[in-house]
Design a protein around this ligand. Sequence first.
Ligand SMILES: [Zn+2]
Ligand SMILES: [Zn+2]
Length: 239
Amino acid sequence: MVKKKPNCIITDTYFKETLHQNIPYRSDVEIEEWKHKWTPKKVRRRKYGYVTYKLISESRSFPDSSFEHKALTIALRQWGLRTKEIRFKRVTGKADLVCKFATKDQDSYFKDKPNVLAYAYFPNGGEIGGDMTFNDSIWWSDDGQPVNAHELQPDTYPANTRTKIKTYNLIHVMLHESGHALGLKHHPDCKKCIMYPYYSGKVLLHEHDVLRIQTFYGKRTISKQIIDYFRDRMTRKWT
Ligand SMILES: [Zn+2]
Ligand SMILES: [Zn+2]
């Protein structure tokens, strides 16, 4: 079997400065976690502060909707639901997490590695920390299913074409990149983890993802009802 290359690259500029931590989650692997995290100013009388985000360019995959904006909000909310110290707020001005779509002609990473779906920077105290870039030379969707080629490229494929084009689940990839943007590295072993380095299309955090993010930002206690509601919503069709 051909060994797959990871679909995600993470920049390793600050890798050498990592610290050992004992991570209290059940796994055979011990991940040396990233040492930087977001420390937003707490909202008055609350236990949390806002990490801000914005999406500065849109994907060609959703010309008639703004699903990419919704997907980013959903992805970040899923992390925020589990953390005590951070929530997320969309802003139009200066943002912590600056997100964009770029084609291989616009971004040299994607030019060199066209199979990479996206990349993100860890929080590092600098401007670029937390920024995420999504490869817009591939096609995205809300469910990762193949789409009729005419629908996506009407100029190239006739209306009666039977050709289908592979798409990638945008929420999955946004969840994964957000994990990096908040400080999580890959989980090399657990295929159920959102932080597994290969595309899986999963749209729900795995218990390792949850426990790891809580070592950074504390544990938010939410009712099982909310977790169940969210799980149902995430596995239903979006449109
Ligand atoms: Zn990754
Ligand atoms: Zn896992």
